[in-house]
Design a protein around this ligand. Sequence first.
Ligand code: SF4
Ligand code: SF4
Length: 283
Amino acid sequence: MHKTWNILYRGPLTSCNYSCHYCPFAKTKNTREELAIDAQKLMQFQNWVKHRSERIGILFTPWGEGLIRKYYQQAMTALSHMNNVYRVAIQTNLSCSTDWMDEVNKESFALWTTYHPSQLSLDAFLEKCHSLIEKNIRFSVGTVGLKEDLDVITQLRKRLPSSVYLWVNAYKRETDYYEQEHLKRILEVDPLFHWNNQRHESLGKPCHAGSTTFSVDGDGNMTSCHFIKDQIGNIYHDNFEEALQPKLCSNTTCGCHIGYVHLQELEQDKIYGDGILERIPLV
Ligand code: SF4
Ligand code: SF4
């Protein structure tokens, strides 16, 4: 049995068609040349994955929206059909057409979708979700848990089938942001919210980041995770695997799902199994 690697890829893309007030990439644009470079680097990564023998899971975490770009759609479709890719997922606002998803391998393809209430109506977002359900696409839905959005988040939960997991990301920029009544409402929507509504102490603790999971940028540079900037190698260099050894976290805390799910003491693999990248729990 080949070893499994979970890879978080973030290329140079930094543009989005939405303008969420809590995001630095709101309505930013890349030039045609920048997009061409992003596409070329993504293709290089795709070719690298194709020639690996490991069992690979990929989560694309672009700084912006990838799926409005045809080259992202094509890369995900191609990756989903590779025998060594058990999962290929992406964080997306789901504003793209879903027609192209008819061509993906439904076993490995998945979406981490986020609903941004300030950007489109609940009806419009749910229509997209129903299109995914009709196409049998694996996906989670999430939102940022802003207090002013709690009514619409509750509506979203009511109108999605219970089989679709709805996660809520805690708004952590203000301390003591939630009162008990807010927490109660959010936990009714997302029973796993308490994991996200804290920063986990991580300094010196064993984490899968840097051994069986790692981050890669468009140039192939590897870091243990998105939150520790020290480069540990480059996937396009010989013997890069030597860098992938058990490691202890060097940050004080870890507060994002894409990080703390790999902190070993939290045993999040028991909650998510193979759905850990796209954030779909086992039950
Ligand atoms: S959809 Fe995502 S990337 Fe785009 S502006 Fe909103 S939060 Fe930022
Ligand atoms: S605990 Fe978080 S910050 Fe620390 S190594 Fe793991 S993913 Fe990175």
